[in-house]
Design a protein around this ligand. Sequence first.
Ligand SMILES: Nc1ncnc2c1ncn2[C@@H]1O[C@H](COP(=O)(O)OP(=O)(O)OP(=O)(O)O)[C@@H](O)[C@H]1O
Length: 308
Amino acid sequence: MSTDTTDATDTADAAAGAPAAGRPLLELNGLRKEFGGRRPTVAVDDVSLDVHEGETLALVGESGCGKTTLTRLLLGLLEPTAGSVRFDGQDLAALTASELRGVRRRMQVVLQDPYSSMNPRMRITDIVAEPLVTHDPEARGRRARARNRERVGELLAAVGLDAGIQDRYPHEFSGGQRQRVSIARALALHPRLLVLDEPTSALDVSVQATVLDLLADLQQRLGLTYVFVSHSLAVVAQVADRVAVMSRGSLVEVGDATAVLRTPRHPYTRQLLDAVPVLDPRRGRRAAARASAPTAGPADEAADGASR
Ligand SMILES: Nc1ncnc2c1ncn2[C@@H]1O[C@H](COP(=O)(O)OP(=O)(O)OP(=O)(O)O)[C@@H](O)[C@H]1O
């Protein structure tokens, strides 16, 4: 841990606030990632954080602060230099390769630019079915084709697309529709956690809103947990239950979204908020719902976490 992170870590602990509803699905403990040799870059520095079942945790911070590295660590795509990642109670480092593959099915990613992750020569049906074919031997071969098409039809319907588009190609769709296709693909293996990496930042504002609505609806219906990486504090105010603020590899503040956005404790968070000309977190739907909701007891909290 670098010397200037002590205050930051203390602040993060102090600002963690009341635990969110649900038990931790993801537990990050003392995570550190260095890149390079003799004078390594410390991309992630002593990050400890729980993400609770059914919540949306927003990860914010300026470019280069370590958000992508942290998400790659939590997805088990990068090995930490130190520290641990537990998913559903299982330490990723203790798993065999095949166990890790099994856990990774439950964590999927939606990226900012779905086009870059789609083979333009593949039909929508094959793009959405790709995870099924990769992970499930029974989904391979000609005999599985009809079953896959049926499943792809269900997935497309779940994201508000017509099942009849299966034989079309990505370039025939708008950015918002392509993002829906990539969400359908991410849902193919029944994940529990979605890492949403700037999922709407390449979209027009009106389209952004429809994709955010879709994500909220899916979370409620499927009990999903979201780690939502975003530069946009306006989007964060709209979607997040809790916010984790990163600066130079460390978490400097973690807490309830309303509290962090309205009364930030750390100077860096204040700086981020000051950089946004018009932001009224009270207008965020999550914040508004929390502000008007009666205080929930443990049973209510569990139900809330499952239904959000
Ligand atoms: N493979 C790598 N090798 C060397 N340094 C790396 C590597 N990946 C990331 N870094 C460095 O680690 C730091 C954090 O990078 P990271 O991409 O995680 O930040 P970020 O917050 O996701 O940025 P952005 O918002 O621009 O995507 C940066 O200094 C980056 O240059």
